[in-house]
Design a protein around this ligand. Structure first.
Ligand code: FMN
Length: 383
């Protein structure tokens, strides 16, 4: 229902998004709704020098008129300020083209797989698109999805729970503290240790991974379905999370705890009250039962590997000679978990907004509101 495509190279002139399926009548303003998330994606202790060059903002170039969506495809553009430094090696035309080849492929990056797949001899042709610069486009699209979800009363948040060996205590999360933290971690003591772990990786010429939790709050029950494998909301969320560069694992709810436990200790028991209707006494299943949202918050742990570009390079091969050599190094982040958490928010928003439109099938925001009201009235009758 909600589809999007992104385009653009890391050091090209711009990133472009076409977002199709947003109902008419949604209030959207780039400065108010999109730019704050783009700024949040740029933050986090451990980012590289690129973030000092960029000051990401989105331009809406189609699909919105007078601050409201038209129901037509929305086009979004995020300019790359770094393009100024790459006009020669990244120019579109052949005349006067100066190559800036990368042949010493980085272990863990897309370099070698891309060269093999697309019959290339220059990893720059791969990394320009494999680079997570592309996730700025997703964050812009995700911010529109978040605006749509607000119509359904749903909000999205994220926080970091692990950097390397440092794990935050499992306690209630103050989202203001998360937004203030340099590592998006609510616990100040853990955050301090996370910063130190990132600094240690930096001084070792290394990189470091970690884990973020992403949550959809107040998600309406009944999104997704168990009737076909590709309609299951759990599978759709897992796919969306694993599509984020450097994400190598997703746990829906307390999946690892459940795998090490017995059924009697982990299952979320349903309860009923006249005021609250049907709820669950716990939420270890991440708000998802049978691939359907069950009325609890939808939450997942997202695991990021340490990124591949190391200041002290790993040994690799040169694809032109086949000889062993040090991998290529190019200005890079040290830790992307805090920024990746913001990308995870965008991807969760896009999946949930798609599922909302699938269930409530609206061409306009007013129709969406009516359909939601009708559905909620039906749920109310169950009390
Ligand atoms: C926000 C963000 C920033 C990233 N920055 C870098 C970077 O500076 N250097 C790098 O080597 N990888 C970076 N990555 C990870 C790579 O894009 C990713 O490892 C690569 O595309 C290969 O994909 P894979 O790790 O999913 O297999 C970043 C990832 C995210 C989410």
């Amino acid at each position: 229902m909600l589809r999007f495509l992104t385009s653009g190279e890391s050091h090209g002139p711009q990133l472009t998004v076409i977002l199709d399926g947003v109902p008419a009548g949604l209030e959207v303003d780039a400065a108010r709704d999109l730019d704050p998330d783009l700024r949040r994606r740029q933050g986090g202790h451990g980012r590289g020098k690129r973030q000092q060059i960029e000051n990401d903002t989105a331009q809406i170039t189609a699909g919105v008129r007078g601050g409201r969506t038209l129901g037509s495809p929305i086009a979004l553009v995020v300019l790359n300020a770094d393009w100024d430094n790459w006009k020669g090696p990244m120019q579109v035309t052949a005349d006067g083209f100066t190559r800036k080849q990368v042949t010493r492929v980085r272990p863990g990056h897309a370099d070698l797989a891309g060269i093999l797949k697309y019959d290339l001899d220059d990893a720059r042709d791969v990394l320009e698109r494999a680079s997570a610069r592309e996730t700025a486009a997703r964050v812009a699209a995700g911010a529109v999805a978040k605006a749509l979800l607000r119509v359904a009363g749903t909000t999205i948040s994220s926080h970091v729970v692990r950097i390397g060996e440092v794990v935050a205590p499992d306690s209630p999360v103050d989202q203001n503290a998360v937004e203030e933290s340099p590592v998006r971690c609510a616990d100040p003591a853990a955050a301090q240790l996370m910063v130190a772990a990132i600094d240690a990786a930096r001084s070792d010429g290394d990189t470091i991974g970690g884990t973020a939790v992403v949550t959809g709050h107040d998600v309406v029950a009944g999104l997704g379905s168990y009737v076909q494998w590709d309609r299951r909301l759990d599978g759709r969320i897992a796919q969306a999370m694993c599509s984020i560069p450097s994400v190598k694992g997703v746990e829906l709810g307390d999946a690892a705890v459940a795998a090490a436990s017995t059924g009697s200790r982990v299952h979320d028991r349903p309860s009923f009250t006249r005021e609250g209707g049907f709820r669950h006494l716990s939420n270890r299943q991440g708000g998802l039962s049978g691939g359907v949202s069950n009325g609890e918050d939808v939450w997942a742990r997202v695991h990021f590997k340490p990124i591949s570009t190391l200041l002290t390079p790993l040994r690799s091969v040169d694809v032109h000679t086949g000889e062993e050599t040090n991998a290529h190094y190019e200005r890079s982040d040290i830790c992307v978990v805090p920024a990746g958490a913001v990308v995870a928010e965008a991807m969760l928003a896009l999946v949930l907004a798609d599922a909302v439109l699938e269930k409530f099938g609206a061409d306009s925001v007013s129709e969406l509101r009516r359909n939601l009201e009708g559905y909620r009235a039906m749920l109310g009758r169950l009390r």
